[in-house]
Design a protein around this ligand. Structure first.
Ligand code: C2E
Ligand code: MG
Ligand code: MG
Ligand code: MG
Length: 292
């Protein structure tokens, strides 16, 4: 249910997904204050090796801790921010915060990790995007190869020539590109040829009914096959059960992310998770228990 607005063809959730419009207006007003008051924070969800359960990286997921409403989920506030432009501010902040956090995570783990950050369509199209990326890398001391930026199929399709130019600059910086929610957007196999993509994230919609659903199983197999032939990494999103994990691992899906192997968590909890994961990471691969 993507909606096109204005000349920028911004992809938005429909108001139905956002709840009643009156509420959105008050939420929007509260957002400006929230930015000033620093009510936004990042949660981190582990992305793990499907076989060994070793944490390879984290996806940053934005949270808004509203003083009276509690945690406002991103599906409610990201579309508003995308619409009014606040996403540029929030996105630049998230990029910096994520790059700074990855250094602490690596110190704790004593090994290389990566951080995967969601980039909204409007942020990706912004003239300031590349300089904000450079600032985030420079001020944090993080390296480009430690950063994965997640964009959606819709972001690529808005202005493919511009997307291509921006992605070339990202590749120069060794920053990897992931296609988020793969298969749910304006899918076109042509963009897998055209753009320098490194990672496909299989959307939860195709994972949640595994392994029972024949259709979902077929779709996942085809995506994994395609990725193998194109040398792309695959992350399966929304893995909640051992059965899903076992099936995905069997099909050659190397990385998973989901409640089973770790919910989105604050940075200090992620540090604890990394410490607990340390033992797993140190064991020789063939003796790992497979328990996180
Ligand atoms: P996404 O990037 O596809 O993120 C995955 C979403 O799935 C997250 O929802 C995560 O909490 C949820 N999830 C992970 N594992 C499971 C699972 O096992 N079961 C279920 N049911 N859900 C799972 P979240 O955090 O609510 O974020 C929703 C969306 O909001 C994200 O989808 C992303 O599109 C957007 N978003 C979040 N943070 C940011 C951000 O910093 N910038 C931008 N532009 N968008 C963001
Ligand atoms: Mg994502
Ligand atoms: Mg996703
Ligand atoms: Mg999603």
């Amino acid at each position: 249910r993507a909606k096109e607005t204005g000349k920028g063809r911004t992809v938005l959730y429909s108001p139905r997904d956002q709840g009643p419009p009156e509420h959105d207006i008050s939420l929007e007003a509260a957002m400006f204050k929230a930015v000033r008051e620093g009510e936004f924070l990042l949660y981190y969800q582990p992305i793990v090796d499907a076989r060994t359960k070793v944490i390879e990286g984290f996806e940053t997921l934005m949270r808004w801790k509203h003083p009276t409403l509690g945690m406002v989920p991103p599906v409610r506030f990201i579309p508003i921010a995308e619409n009014n432009g606040l996403i540029n501010l929030l996105g630049a902040w998230a990029l910096k915060a994520a790059c700074m956090q990855i250094r602490q995570f690596q110190e704790v783990a004593g090994r290389e990790l990566y951080i995967s950050v969601n980039i909204s369509p409007r942020q990706f199209r912004s003239d300031r995007f590349l300089s904000e990326l450079d600032d985030a890398l420079a001020m944090s001391g993080a390296e480009g190869h430690q950063l994965v930026l997640e964009i959606t199929e819709g972001t690529l399709m808005v202005d493919p020539a511009h997307a291509e130019a921006v992605m070339e600059k990202m590749v120069e910086r060794k920053v990897r590109i992931a296609i988020d929610d793969f298969g749910t957007g304006y899918s076109s196999l042509a963009y897998l040829k055209r753009f320098p993509i490194s990672v496909l994230k299989i959307d939860r919609a195709f994972v949640k009914d595994l392994p029972g659903s024949h259709k979902d199983a077929a779709i996942c197999k085809v995506v994994l096959d395609l990725a193998r032939h194109l040398s792309l990494a695959v992350v399966a999103e929304g893995v909640e059960t051992e059965d899903q994990l076992a099936w995905l691992d069997e099909q050659g899906c190397h990385y998973v992310q989901g409640y089973l192997t770790g919910k989105p968590m604050p940075a200090n909890v992620a540090v604890t998770a990394l410490k607990e994961n340390l033992y797993t990471a140190l064991l020789p691969a063939d003796t790992r228990t497979g328990k996180p």
